[in-house]
Design a protein around this ligand. Structure first.
Ligand SMILES: O=C(O)c1cccc(O)c1O
Length: 556
């Protein structure tokens, strides 16, 4: 398609006016903006505790005032309505202050994850023309000022703002100033940019509007029964769509509850936080849920069971949770399980809190909204028979109609009538619940962390001794999947000692400053790839090869 070359790239593909009208008339889109969560919270719940992080806590009144002060300081640095700002903060109070300050200014945070490195962050800054990068000095043993320095050296952002010891950069601490006049914010404008798991190249940026995101947050809060009594423990990185909005941090603040931020989900950190703050709800990916159950079992056996008595709901999402593991949640942890199947592009499905146990452990839930449209189709976009497995397409009041500045990709990722091609392979039960059966996109889901095969292949191809590369998923009992890179060496006819070694390729990848979760778990050398009848690399065959190779020997 040459259209993308000629036309200016569109940041936000609007919903057709007819649908927008329907969504407003139905009360899904209220015209409120995300910043209203805190301004209303300050009025309704002023003295209640909104956020706890370590030994610090914020009332709704504090948080609202701090966000206004920070908005003022950020504004003096040239952050104005429409600005894009890459935010890469861990689960600390500043994360919440910063995103609300940006919402107030009509500036859009780009929700980077703490595990992203220079390769990803520099791309986000450049692609979105970001004016600023906001990060901690250090977290998790990594110094984010190194990223800030490179961004400045390469001229990719004007401002680097650091929480903590800022060195030569702008200290976030110094930006809390007397509030100025707040600009009028258009509820149909971009509120924030989420990140796609990606299937080709770098993560796509996902423009979410105030109208659509606030609806998903409000409706999620209701489905999950949130109230001022809710105490939510955030253990996943809060920037991620799941802990941010399903119903997550924003849903809990909307409902007047308390968010407890933790930089770690490890049982030895999280269990004491649950007991201390009487946490009622948390959200996690399947591997962490497995780790919690194992830890809980072990502590019970050792005679020192953790006090999880306040915990009512454990949400699990981000990757498929096996039925066997799902069945253990209530007996082991003593709380309800809620499965969540969502995507940063929009559609989120929940099992409901009053669903029977079989529905909860065997399905991934049903959509939030009566206005969510779900289609299950074959390769030719034709509907499959009721109950049959097929590709999931969706559109609705909080599912995007296009990625940020990606005309060419949008033409492939959306149907002509605006359905998003999720790339997930699902079936629909008679009761209208979705069961995830697999994936048609070229992606590895490493326990909820999505790796685009093609992005990693391109990094491998940059190595002078790599002739070709094909990245596939291999089964893993803990993460569900891990990443295996099949590599044809440049001199594959040469003696083994002249070939690159796995450790050389891994070192090479690490030096390219990629997010750590993208580094392959295994590298396999091969002389040629199996091919499909059409001559494409047969990834199914490669997946099978590696699965057989690593399978434990079966006893006859
Ligand atoms: O992206 C996801 O995996 C996801 C999972 C659960 C809920 C969500 O909102 C998500 O975006």
């Amino acid at each position: 398609m040459s259209a993308s070359m000629e036309q200016p790239q569109i940041e936000l593909t609007p919903w057709p006016e007819a649908e927008a009208e329907l969504y407003r008339a139905a009360g899904y889109w209220t015209g409120d903006v995300l910043g209203s969560i805190l301004s209303r919270g300050a009025q309704a719940f002023g003295d209640r505790t909104a956020v706890i992080a370590g030994e610090r806590s914020w009332t709704y009144g504090d948080l609202n005032a701090r966000a206004d002060q920070l908005a003022s300081g950020l504004n003096t640095l040239g952050i104005t309505p429409g600005s894009k700002v890459v935010v890469q903060l861990p689960n600390i109070g500043e994360f919440i202050e910063v995103i609300f300050a940006l919402f107030r200014l009509g500036a859009a945070p780009i929700m980077a994850l703490p595990t992203h490195r220079y390769a990803e962050i520099s791309y986000f800054c450049e692609f979105a023309d970001a004016v600023a990068y906001i990060a901690p000095a250090k977290s998790g043993g990594f110094d984010y000022r190194d990223i800030g320095k490179k961004l400045k050296d390469e001229g990719l952002v004007r401002q680097v703002i650091i929480a903590g010891d800022a060195g030569d950069f702008v200290p976030l601490d110094g930006l809390y100033q007397a509030p100025g006049a707040a600009p009028e914010i258009d509820p149909s404008a971009i509120a924030l940019l989420q990140l796609s798991g990606g299937t080709t190249g770098m993560s796509k940026l996902i423009p979410r509007t105030h109208d659509d995101y606030l609806y998903s947050v409000r409706a999620s809060a209701e489905i999950c029964g949130l109230s001022p009594q809710t105490v939510y423990l955030a253990v996943l990185p809060a920037a991620h769509n799941f802990p941010l909005s399903s119903p997550g941090v924003l849903g809990v603040l909307y409902a007047g509850g308390t968010v407890v931020l933790s930089e770690s989900g490890a049982p030895d950190i999280a269990f004491p936080l649950i007991a201390r703050h009487r946490v009622t709800m948390t959200a996690m990916v399947p591997p962490l849920a497995l780790a919690w159950m194992t830890a809980c079992d072990n502590l019970k056996k050792s005679g020192a069971p953790p006090d999880l008595s306040s915990l009512q709901v454990l949400q699990v999402g981000g990757a498929k949770f096996t039925e066997e593991a799902a069945r253990r949640v209530t007996p082991v942890l003593g709380c309800k399980l809620q499965q969540v199947f969502g995507m940063a592009e929009g559609l989120v499905n929940y099992t409901r809190l009053d669903d029977d146990i079989d529905t909860v452990v065997t399905t991934q839930g049903r959509p939030i909204s009566p206005a969510d449209e779900v289609r299950i189709v074959d390769e030719d976009d034709q509907p499959v028979a009721p109950g049959a497995t097929g590709l999931l397409l969706t559109r609705g009041p909080y599912t995007i109609r296009g990625y940020f500045k990606a005309a060419e990709h949008n033409a492939k990722s959306f149907t002509a009538d605006g359905f998003y091609r999720t790339g997930d392979v699902v079936r629909l039960t008679d009761a209208g619940y979705l069961v995830v059966e697999g994936r048609a996109k070229d992606q590895i889901n490493r326990g909820g962390e999505k790796v685009a095969a093609d992005e990693l292949e391109n990094h491998l191809l940059a190595h002078p001794l790599v002739h070709d590369a094909a990245v596939v998923a291999m089964p893993d009992p803990y993460l569900g999947e891990r990443t295996c890179a099949y590599v044809i060496p440049q001199n594959h006819a040469a003696a083994p000692e002249q070939r690159p070694r796995p450790q050389d390729l891994l070192k090479f990848l690490r030096e390219r400053d990629l997010a750590v979760f993208k580094i392959p778990d295994r590298i396999e050398f091969i002389d040629a790839f199996p091919k499909t009848r059409l001559g494409k690399v047969d990834k199914k065959a490669l997946r099978q090869m590696i699965a057989e190779k690593i399978a434990p020997p079966t006893v006859a």
